[in-house]
Design a protein around this ligand. Structure first.
Ligand code: GRG
Length: 359
């Protein structure tokens, strides 16, 4: 097989497909087990760190958590989902969590706020539904009202607003599609129009922006590819050439430090272990990047005294980077002894998605 150098981390073969240039691979490829690769995930420390971050009680007694109440619903989802992936949900009071989630649903619109008495938003509505999906307690809320709230956010061009104030963004398209699929109500929106709008946010370089013509960013690639994959897991709306261009742009996000950045010339950050890798997983192109280098980068961002994972080595850990670091490791498939499989489209444990979609 003749090949030529094309990108820093990848090689293009004669079939115009990309293969990993560096030694290593993904999911049972050339790479060794977690033991062979050196130190591992500090599961017990992360469990106690996450249990505090997502706890209902700590949200009012710990200053950093009380100050973050404007995004608390997503914080609770990140904490719970990470705990579920490392099989430690028993570290949390699930009944208290469900009661609080239900108290954040607005009786008029059906949407959820980030905390009690906060305005409803499509992102926090998705986070609430994700929490209830994980603990199998969708009975605790008014499902029809939640689905109606999400469907009401769709605009004539197929895009979605985040809330009543009208900002539009591919993040909200993803939230709508994911939330309605989890509620079994994708029929409540015009799926073709949603698809057309998301596709219109795809750029010539293979990335996606927030809006048509917006700068490509790895987070937005996840929202685009994730939404399209939920609509059609085979991604038949994309040509093979488009998939390869997209995967090449994503593979170029891997820096010499092993971690990914979100766009050219920016610093690596643990959260892109999720945004980049999940999109590559949806495209079936996880082998485009060097998994062992990414794993080493994520593990090097752990706080080995108090638990938690930070954006970069030696920074302060937080629940957002802890979740996306663990979820990224899950996609690599190298730590299956301590981390469950995650679904790349829904950012939920695979077993949860299987339970819901097969129901
Ligand atoms: C259920 C996983 C899940 C997501 C819900 C809200 C959402 C849908 C997706 C957000 C996708 C996104 C845009 C992620 C990027 C977040 C981020 C780290 C932005 C930082 O942007 P900059 O410009 O950082 O501050 P860079 O790294 O570009 O310098």
């Amino acid at each position: 097989m003749a090949s030529h150098q094309h990108l820093p981390n990848v090689v293009v073969d004669d079939d115009d497909d990309l293969v990993l240039a560096a030694a290593g691979g993904i999911r049972g490829g050339l790479m060794g087990s977690s033991q062979q690769l050196g130190g591992g995930l500090l599961v017990d420390l992360h469990a106690s760190y996450l249990a505090t971050s997502a706890s209902v009680e700590a949200s009012t007694t710990v200053f950093e958590l009380a100050a973050a109440s404007h995004l608390r619903m997503s914080g609770a989802y990140w904490g719970l989902c990470a705990l579920s992936l490392i099989r430690k949900t028993n570290a949390m009071d699930i009944n208290a969590l469900v009661e609080w989630v239900a108290s954040c649903q607005h009786s008029d619109s059906g949407g959820f706020g980030a905390d009690t008495n906060h305005d409803a938003h499509i992102l926090y509505t998705l986070s609430a539904v994700q929490i209830l999906a994980i603990v199998d307690r969708m009975d605790a809320i008014d499902v029809k009202a939640a689905a109606d709230y999400v469907a009401a956010r769709q605009c004539a061009d197929g895009s979605f607003t985040g809330d009543e104030w009208g900002e539009r963004d591919t993040r909200f398209s993803y939230c709508a599609v994911s939330c309605l699929a989890l509620l079994g109500r994708l029929d409540a929106i015009d799926v073709d129009a949603a698809t057309t709008h998301v596709m219109s946010c795809m750029n010539f370089d293979g990335g996606f922006g927030c809006v048509p013509g917006g700068e490509s960013h790895a987070g937005q690639v996840f929202t685009g590819v994730g939404a399209l994959s939920i609509i059609d897991p085979q991604l038949r709306m994309l040509s093979e050439a488009q998939k390869r261009t997209m995967a090449a742009w994503l593979a170029e996000r891997q820096t010499s430090k092993g971690g990914f950045n979100g766009r050219p010339e920016k610093l690596p950050d643990v959260c892109y272990s999720w945004w980049v890798l999940s999109a590559l997983a949806c495209l079936g192109k996880l082998h485009y990047i060097d998994g062992s280098k990414l794993r080493a980068f994520v593990l090097g961002c752990q706080n080995d005294e108090r638990g938690g994972i930070s954006d970069r080595p030696d920074d302060e850990a937080d629940v957002y980077h802890t979740f996306f670091g663990i979820a990224g490791l899950s996609l690599l498939g190298l730590d299956t002894d301590v981390v469950d499989a995650v679904d790349a489209r829904f950012a939920l444990p695979e077993k949860v998605v299987e339970r819901i979609l097969l129901r």
